[in-house]
Design a protein around this ligand. Structure first.
Ligand code: FES
Length: 152
């Protein structure tokens, strides 16, 4: 499949209306792991939008990465409940273990960290996803253990 076909195929599948933009963006991330600048431009052309508008939609929904991701993607909820219930300890544990902050990928390419909005686990905050698997009621200690599992 040529590169251009990836976008064209996604548009063919989801349509060209404004409400199809998110599904198309998600489809590209599913296939390529992130949204490159080139892809954002192709999508903009298909939807007759500026690439800045498409970039805005992609980054507003911070689940959509705009740079290459590591083998494992950690998404820490930064929304208010998790924030109040100890999100900082989660980020501290990740920083101590992997030496990364949100938006970064570890030097070995094994982990990327993203700060995302509510992941629907507010009653068990703080929460995070690792490769879309939810982890809840997090503490500094259990985050360290979770990362150990992914490292072994
Ligand atoms: S606020 Fe963090 S999961 Fe909802």
């Amino acid at each position: 499949m040529t590169e251009i076909n990836i976008v064209k195929d996604a548009v063919k599948k989801h349509g060209r209306k404004r409400e199809s933009l998110m599904p198309v963006l998600q489809e590209i991330v599913k296939q390529e792991n992130y949204l490159s600048e080139e892809r954002l431009m192709e999508i903009a052309k298909e939807f007759d939008l500026s690439s800045a508008e498409v970039y805005g939609v992609a980054t507003f929904y911070s689940f959509l990465p705009v740079k290459p991701m590591g083998e494992n993607v950690i998404k820490v909820c930064q929304t208010i409940v998790c924030d109040m219930k100890g999100k900082e300890a989660v980020l501290d544990a990740i920083k101590d273990k992997l030496n990364i902050v949100p938006g970064q990928t570890s030097a070995d390419g094994k982990f990327s960290l993203m700060a995302v909005n509510c992941i629907g686990q507010c009653s068990n905050a703080p929460a995070m996803l690792v490769n879309d698997k939810p982890y809840i009621n997090l503490t500094y200690e259990n985050v360290v253990k979770i990362i150990d599992e992914y490292q072994s």
